[in-house]
Design a protein around this ligand. Structure first.
Ligand SMILES: [Zn+2]
Length: 473
């Protein structure tokens, strides 16, 4: 380790600490949720994301960096000129909605016991400011750069990544890019993502008058509900279970209508371990009592194959390629539409199956009980953990933290998968303990440890210096 360099970086961080905090607060103050209803030619994702991008680029200029606004979709600060053979970081300035549960205004950054609190402090405004300061360091120290460095600032990461697809269409891709929008140490692979809608044939004689579970295909719902017709002779079966409540709400010829509410344990579709899908609880309650009509039962029997196992084994699509963790399959939503029962499927798949194959196998398994319509399909992304770029990043991480960490792969989708050569690199540490008041990204009281953000700045500076030494053919 180069002690003088480390000391030099430490001094830089000490000198800029207050400024970094001030600049994060400036960006947090901009509510930058996408608003397509107010989109305009110069604000393609709405006024909030545009304003945050303008502010981010203004911060960069105040740090002495040159900037470019790419038609208000994305922008960047740069050092070492604007050449095409450049290295990059990418973060984003748009946010998800504040939601409920905040103890104070989510757009006024607060500090508590070393944690910055506010919407976006961690995802991804704090890291955006950190990247700008990494570039400031390179510039201020007059470090000769073999490759220019850009800090890309996206304005549409949370809602479709329209910022990045635009950039890659209109600007040359970086030689290598890392994205501080995930976890340390480093994510070198992401599973493929496959979405489908699975619907029944139109149901003529059904007993389900209403059914609703879930709010997004990529989330496991903790609640699901239905109104079902129960013939008089089955009313005695309508008891409350630990997971399902049943309440009689009205009479109908030959029986009665019951309102069912199922309670599970929610989570992200990419990580179903430990979750309980409320839709599965609800459907089992209905079929175990024989409450579904024949038409409904045919579809539900198929739909339950996505609930009774989350590894895709009952659907016939279970796969394990030895690199990624095994495939996951989650049905996040159910509803009635035009007399058809509809469920969604979110599948995170390794490299030994394709989206087309998944559709084919689902059709075969359904055997006519369901119509499968494939939607989003993004192939898996995998980068050799022994590549020199990853080694340069990991070396920086190990030097700063002293942890003997290894890159890992995930089931999610970050910016990295869209680039020809990129990884996700920090800045969160899932393994480190956090105080109870520190909320997580996308939730209330979103918090970022200031010390950890500053530590990540050190890691990113060292990583960029290491990447500058590499030969990119
Ligand atoms: Zn993010």
């Amino acid at each position: 380790m180069d002690e003088r360099l480390m000391q030099n970086i430490n001094e830089f961080i000490e000198k800029e600490k207050e400024n970094i905090r001030r600049d994060i607060a400036r960006l947090v103050a901009v509510n930058s949720v996408e608003d397509m209803s107010a989109a305009a030619a110069d604000a393609p994702f709405g006024p909030g994301p545009k304003k945050a991008l303008d502010e981010g680029l203004a911060v960069a200029r105040e740090l002495g960096l040159e900037t470019r606004n790419c038609e208000n979709r994305i922008g960047y600060a740069y050092v070492g000129g604007e050449g095409d053979n450049y290295l990059a970081t990418i973060t984003h300035l748009d946010i998800v909605g504040a939601g409920e549960g905040w103890l104070a205004d989510p757009f006024v950054m607060r500090e508590r016991e070393g944690y910055l609190i506010g919407r976006g402090v961690m995802d991804d405004k704090g890291p955006s400011v950190i990247c700008l300061y990494a570039l400031k360091y390179l510039k201020e120290q007059g470090i000769p750069l073999r490759y220019p460095v850009r800090a890309l600032l996206g304005a549409n990461e949370e809602t479709g990544m329209g910022d990045l697809s635009y950039y890659l269409e209109h600007y040359p891709a970086p030689l290598f890019c890392f994205s501080p929008d995930a976890d340390f140490p480093l994510i070198n692979g992401e599973k493929g993502i496959y979405h489908a809608r699975m619907s029944s044939l139109p149901i003529e004689n059904g007993n389900l008058r209403f059914i609703k579970g879930g709010f997004a295909p990529n989330a496991i719902p903790e609640k699901a509900e239905a109104d079902v017709f129960v013939p008089a002779e089955k009313e005695a079966l309508m008891v409350k279970t630990p997971e399902v409540e049943a309440v009689k709400t009205g009479d109908e010829e030959g029986g009665s209508i019951w309102h069912l509410r199922a309670f599970g344990k929610g989570g992200h579709a990419a990580m179903p371990a430990g979750t309980v899908n409320a839709i599965g609880l609800l459907l089992h309650y209905v079929t175990d009592r024989g409450l579904a009509s024949n038409e409904e039962a045919a579809f539900i029997e198929f739909a339950l194959k996505a609930h009774d196992a989350t590894d895709g084994s009952l659907l016939g699509i279970a796969r394990d390629d030895g690199r990624f963790k095994p495939l996951t399959a989650v049905s996040g939503m159910i509803f009635l539409e035009n007399s058809c029962l509809v469920t969604t499927l979110d599948c995170r798949y390794p490299t030994n199956i394709t989206g087309e194959e998944i559709t084919e196998i689902l059709e075969k398994t359904a055997g006519g009980a369901a119509v499968i319509r494939a939607g989003l399909a993004a192939p898996p992304f995998w980068k050799d953990p022994d590549s020199p770029e990853i080694e340069a990043c990991m070396k920086a991480y190990r030097e700063v933290t002293g942890e003997d960490a290894k890159p890992f792969s995930i089931g999610g989708g970050t910016y990295a998968r869209h680039f020809p050569n990129a990884v996700a690199f920090g800045p969160e540490h899932q393994g480190r303990p956090r105080p109870a008041f520190a909320g997580s990204i996308h939730g209330a009281e979103e918090a970022a440890s200031e010390a950890e953000l500053l530590e990540s700045l050190k890691i990113y500076i060292l990583a960029l210096l290491g990447l500058e030494q590499l030969d990119f053919a």
